[in-house]
Write a protein that binds this ligand. Sequence first.
Ligand code: CA
Ligand code: CA
Ligand code: CA
Ligand code: CA
Length: 468
Amino acid sequence: MKISVFNPPRAATTTRRESASVLIIVLWVSFGLVALTLYFAHSMSMDMRAADNAVASLEAEKAIEGAARYVSNVLATVQIQGVLPETNTYYNAALTVGDAAFWLIGPTDSQDAPTVSHFGLVDEASKLNINTATLAMMQTLPLMTPEFAASIIDWRDTNETVTENGAESEMYQRLNPPYRCKNAAFETIEELRLVYGADLGILFGEDANLNSVLDLNENDGAISPPFDNQNGRLEPGILSLVTVYSRDATTISNTTQRLNVGATNFQQRVATILQAAVGADRANSVLRRIAGGTGGGGGGRGGGAGVPVVVNFTSVLDFYVRSGLSVTEFALIEDQLRNPNTNGLVNVNTASEYVLSCIPGIGVEKAQSVVASRRSQTRPLTSVAWLRDVLDQTSLLQAAPYLTGKSYQFTADIAAVGHFGRGYRRVKFIFDTSAGTPRIVFRQDLTHMGWALGRDVRLSQQMLANKL
Ligand SMILES: [Ca+2]
Ligand SMILES: [Ca+2]
Ligand SMILES: [Ca+2]
Ligand SMILES: [Ca+2]
């Protein structure tokens, strides 16, 4: 039996195979073209998005420059020199500049939830000055270690003698890479990172983005950095509590020198000031009182019969207490007087409980009551006089040389976004107004620290972007 095997004609088989091959090739080419198109479309959209973000960043950057000029203007026109402007007297949140907007990040004295963002300028005199604070004062800061505190002292003192627990060049030379101890004053607080014993935990505390707000990642324990204790409160690090800029003004309105209460000719010069303020009779009675040493206080040096009595004071508050002046009378002359030392004074009207705890005579025990009394004050907080009713006289005189009622250096921590809430930028400026005209003395880009405007602003920016 012949088995017939179907054999398609050779030519037809070849044609069909060729068609299939062509089809496959065409398909591959098509796939290739589609893939290429998709690739280029994606990369174009990425490029466009990148360009868009770059534009938004530029808008944000310009907004920050504008904001810095605006802040300079606000500080130049503040009604009372030396005072942090009230937050309701200037723009500090969501101020639009074209398609961009800016915010001034600032902590607050209010007792709101720590998750709520606050906006406004920050005064540097509300912080502890690491160039002037004593070892004991520094040791009281939260999270501070004896090693770090002593090493800060060694870093700024000019000698190479190691303070107990401290570190000088010999210690830094053992590090990799080795470097030398500075043996000079701190110029920025960032220098603290170089000081022996510094670590991120001590410097930042739970506030990883230094915005004084308890952000979500700062209250979730170890789930996301930083490590925090999840207690619903923001435990600040050293960086947000210290400064190198605080300096009391030595002149009033750039012309008249303020009178040093420790000066040897204080008595004659204060006589003129008193006569102009309260009249000759009252001035004489005050002068007799301080010369007689009545009214407590101590510190005056009495002379023998016929020798003029030289009286000077350890602080403005010391003079106030011993002068017997009333609050109203003292308010008339307070601005014209200054402490013997004007560097690194802490403003008792703005400092946090953490910082006030560091002041001798206040300490951890009395800081809370000082802050509570401050909140209950009805007068504008520009004076140190109210402290007299809060502290006993010994504590008051111990604290007073470290305190002031005013601030002349301010931080504007400016964050901005461009159109659609994109292109986030953040720059910190420090202004010094002690010589009259505000002057930028420091500028630092903080964009790398990430979003610092809190959850509410982020949500509002997203809503805004979705609507458009
Ligand atoms: Ca040293
Ligand atoms: Ca924070
Ligand atoms: Ca965390
Ligand atoms: Ca906490």
